[in-house]
Write a protein that binds this ligand. Structure first.
Ligand SMILES: Cc1cc2nc3c(=O)[nH]c(=O)nc-3n(C[C@H](O)[C@H](O)[C@H](O)COP(=O)(O)OP(=O)(O)OC[C@H]3O[C@@H](n4cnc5c(N)ncnc54)[C@H](O)[C@@H]3O)c2cc1C
Ligand code: SF4
Ligand code: SF4
Ligand code: SF4
Length: 509
């Protein structure tokens, strides 16, 4: 039959692209989404590898799905963003959101077992007990290898509690989500994962794959990276004589803290960063920007978590749990050092990810993405700066002490501010990253003018979105200032990268 139809076009079979660009480049983070969606069961995770167990091209002429839903491909990223983009607030560090708070489980045992706020476990337990959800995808520790996560479908509170705590290795949560739908027949599932896990599920929804409609709520975890299991365990054995079976728990605070049967060992993160998976190097999402609710640490506070609520569904679920007394909450504005740390980590990850992505693009000749690719130049060329700029800009005076600047940043939630001098002229831009590098003791006597960027990237109101994009790319900046054509020191507005993404979002509806 094949001979009659003529030779097959292998480029129409997504697995070939997935294999070349993601699997063979070591960019797979083993989420299992490709296995969950494959229509013919051709792709599977075996051990620490994704494999095609039979050649699907024998049965199919065309299949785009596994590459498109892979969280590390650039397909569907824009459509995936729509799940959160109607939120009222956005900034470059957190993405779209409705509210940010600090929270902890009211049940002390959950806080003790989690090593953090126990918020995720408390939310899932509440969900199952009140039947808001019919199951949850969790990652518990394997019995014989306690450091290794095993993704599973939790049906009762005990299953959820036994998965408490973070495991810093890949977990195939999207695969478990697939089996919750197809194996267990669940239809109101809570899904917990790091940003690339969430992205895989949002892509499944955007693709309108049948399993996607069973997602009730997605709880995302902040993420600096995931370790390659074999590589990190080799290091621990070689350098510290720690054997896999001795590891009870791993925790993230200032250092990486390993609880073993023989005691606690603290390892600086820099020492083990070579064991982080390659895809994490280009990842720009720290706070899990596509989740309904994102949860991360609240360092330096112990026993609390930072919670970002992004969607109406997330807000509704979270508020119900608070009303039931399951969680305690306080405003993030009351904890400026927590806020500062989260925003700094998010911006560092974004900057480093974009830089590494550009380097790899040169080596491999194709793009490694984890952020919306801003390349749809026609849409950008059609809009004028004056139609997209934010006019009501919060500015700061160059003489403002850094202490006061940081308080303002916590109140207003902006990441960068144009700086004006006494005469009201635009003289620079200051970001939280620059401000937070000043020692805490020196922040009262240091002023904005001492840390601000003086070299400004300016645009005019009549320029296009495409002009802005080109300037941002050339100067590797996430924002530009809009100035008066007749007086280039007079600020009229500001345009950020997310304003450009918004154009693409609007035009794709
Ligand atoms: C790989 C990884 C890196 C992280 N990096 C950071 C960071 O840099 N900064 C920061 O502030 N926070 C980070 N976190 C999040 C942080 O460790 C906590 O998970 C988060 O604060 C929630 O705490 P909690 O006490 O509310 O969660 P808990 O109530 O303890 O619940 C944790 C939940 O996470 C799930 N889980 C555990 N491990 C995994 C995994 N590997 N994949 C998917 N799900 C898993 C469990 O099933 C459980 O339901 C990371 C988490 C992971 C898994
Ligand atoms: S049949 Fe499965 S493995 Fe083959 S291209 Fe489609 S999704 Fe990928
Ligand atoms: S979908 Fe997930 S498991 Fe499949 S190749 Fe991509 S990262 Fe790996
Ligand atoms: S850093 Fe990004 S790619 Fe790596 S595990 Fe976390 S979310 Fe996934």
């Amino acid at each position: 039959m094949r001979e009659i139809l003529g030779p097959k076009n292998n480029s129409l079979i997504a697995y070939n692209v997935l294999e070349k660009k993601i699997i063979n480049s070591n960019f797979c983070t083993l989420c299992g989404a490709c296995e969950a969606v494959c229509p013919v069961g051709a792709v599977q995770i075996e051990g620490d590898q994704v494999k095609r167990v039979y050649n699907c091209a024998d049965d199919l002429d065309l299949c785009p799905i596994c590459y498109e839903i892979c969280p590390h491909s650039e397909a569907l990223l824009l459509r995936s963003l729509k799940c959160v983009s109607n939120a009222p607030l956005k900034n470059e560090a957190f993405g779209y959101y409705r509210k940010i708070v600090i929270a902890q489980a009211a049940e002390e045992s959950l806080r003790v077992q989690s090593g953090g706020g126990g918020v995720v476990t408390a939310l899932l337990k509440f969900g199952v007990e009140t039947k808001e959800i019919d199951s949850a995808i969790v990652s518990s520790a394997e019995q014989e290898r306690p450091s290794k996560p095993k993704a599973s479908v939790a049906l009762v509170p005990d299953d959820i509690i036994s998965a408490i705590g973070s495991k810093f290795f890949p977990s195939s949560v999207a695969k478990a989500f697939g089996s919750a739908v197809t194996g267990y027949g669940k239809t109101r599932i809570a899904y917990v994962g790091v940003p690339c896990h969430t992205r895989a599920l949002r892509k499944i929804e955007a693709w309108q794959h049948k399993i996607g409609s069973s997602l009730k709520i997605s709880i995302g975890l902040f993420c600096f990276g995931t370790f390659s299991h074999a590589s990190l365990l080799d290091h621990l054995e070689r350098e510290y004589n720690i054997y896999p079976a001795e590891i009870k728990q791993m925790r993230l605070s200032k250092d990486f803290v390993i609880h073993t049967t023989r005691g606690i060992i603290r390892i600086p993160l820099e020492e083990i960063e070579d064991h982080i998976m390659p895809s994490c190097g280009v990842c720009t999402d720290f706070t899990d920007e596509l989740a309904d609710i994102s949860v991360g640490g609240a360092y330096p506070l112990e026993g609390w978590s930072t919670v970002i609520i992004r969607t109406e569904a997330g807000e509704d679920f979270f508020n119900k749990a608070v009303a039931k007394g399951v969680l305690r909450v306080q405003p993030i504005e009351d904890q400026p050092s927590v806020y500062e740390r989260v925003i700094r980590a998010a911006m560092q990850k974004r900057t480093a990810g974009l830089k590494k992505g550009r380097e790899l693009e040169k080596t491999y000749g194709y793009t490694f993405v984890s952020t919306i690719p801003l390349r749809e130049t026609e849409s950008l060329a059609r809009v004028k700066v004056e139609d997209i700029m934010t006019r009501d800009v919060v500015t700061v005076n160059e003489k403002l002490p850094i202490d006061n600047l940081l308080s303002l940043m916590v109140q207003k939630h902006h990441v960068g501010y144009p700086v004006l001098n006494e005469k009201g002229d635009l003289v620079g831009v200051v970001t939280l990253e620059q401000a937070s590098q000043i020692d805490k003791q020196k922040r009262r006597e240091t002023t904005v003018e001492q840390v601000m960027h003086k070299k400004l990237v300016k645009v005019l109101p009549g320029e296009t979105g495409l002009d802005v994009f080109k300037k941002m790319s050339e100067h590797e900046m996430g924002r530009v200032v809009v100035v008066d054509p007749s007086n280039k020191s007079k600020l009229l507005g500001i345009v950020t990268k997310s304003d450009l993404v918004e154009i693409l979002l609007k035009q794709s509806t």
